[in-house]
Write a protein that binds this ligand. Structure first.
Ligand SMILES: [Zn+2]
Length: 296
């Protein structure tokens, strides 16, 4: 168990518990989410250590790993994922001006994104902690991916693009991860970090039932302000923020289920839509945001 006496981002001792959140998807246990009053990061208090965390990931519904196709929410997830893979490729190529460079994906899961990029001519490297996911990446896409301890042996200054799609919030050792990102990124390269946003409308609406708290798998809960602090601290600047429009619908569907025990499709679509409308002119309000970082 990790009991924080200091904020994991800024090291401040001034933080306060905000919400008690239940792990609806796997363990049924509850965890306190604390807010740092200095940098704005929210984090999960008393979360499992890295060694203890595997049992919180072992569930069939953890679809990024198991690729099951059952249930409405999972079917929607897979449909959306196929579309978003292509849009991620377009975003990367448009924002970086590079096609077919070197790309590192951290938290590569079963390798779908790596496969998309490799097919588009990119040289890809994937890092993934889960053994089964790595085996699936090999059997599904013939792409060999590596456990996180391999990161340290990758050559510095060697990647045009580094991506972390809904991964940074899971990573133990935030500081060493950010230092590694900076070491591995070429000068002029870009990092794409997608994280949920607890200041979005859907987060406020569902409060403790908001599915993207996803405790204790999510160790950190990043607001746009906390991401700005993080970027400054590790000598990056945020080049752009991009909305993830589908996440509000997907997260709302799960949140409805946690709140009511039912798959309330219409209600979820309504909340997802309202969330997106509020984010239409303010990306900072979107349910999930892609932050594009570059070295200062
Ligand atoms: Zn802090």
């Amino acid at each position: 168990m990790i009991h924080y006496h200091h904020c994991p981002l800024c090291n401040s001792e001034t933080f306060e518990p905000q919400l008690e959140i239940k792990d609806f998807s796997i363990s049924g246990e509850s965890f306190a989410v604390c807010a740092c009053l200095h940098c704005g990061l929210w984090f999960t208090q008393d979360a499992p250590s890295e060694a203890e965390s595997s049992r919180y990931y072992q569930a069939e519904q953890y679809i990024s790993h198991s690729d099951t196709d059952k249930g409405l929410v999972n079917r929607l997830y897979h449909l959306v994922r196929r579309r978003t893979l292509k849009s991620k490729q377009k975003l990367i190529e448009a924002s970086s001006g590079i096609k077919g460079g070197s790309l590192l994906d951290i938290g590569s899961g079963t390798g779908s994104f790596l496969h998309t990029m490799q097919s588009a001519g990119w040289t890809v490297t994937g890092i993934e902690p889960d053994d089964i996911a790595r085996k699936n990446a090999l059997s599904l896409h013939q792409i060999e991916t590596f456990p996180p301890d391999r990161i340290a042996s990758l050559a510095g200054n060697s990647f045009d693009i580094i991506t972390m799609w809904h991964v940074l919030e899971h990573v133990h050792g935030l500081e060493s991860q950010l230092n590694e990102l900076r070491r591995l990124l070429k000068d002029g390269g870009k990092i794409f970090i997608a994280v949920p946003n607890h200041t979005s409308y859907d987060a406020t609406h569902y409060a403790a039932f908001w599915a993207a708290w996803d405790v204790p798998r999510h160790l950190y809960h990043f607001s746009p302000a906390a991401m700005e602090f993080l970027s400054e601290k590790y000598h990056f600047k945020i080049n752009a923020r991009r909305p993830m429009w589908f996440d509000s619908f997907y997260v709302s569907l799960l949140s409805e289920k946690y709140k009511t025990g039912k798959s309330r499709f219409i209600s979820a679509m309504w909340i997802g839509l309202r969330s997106n409308l509020k984010a239409l002119t303010k990306v900072r309000k979107c349910s999930s945001i892609i932050y594009i970082l570059e070295k200062k």
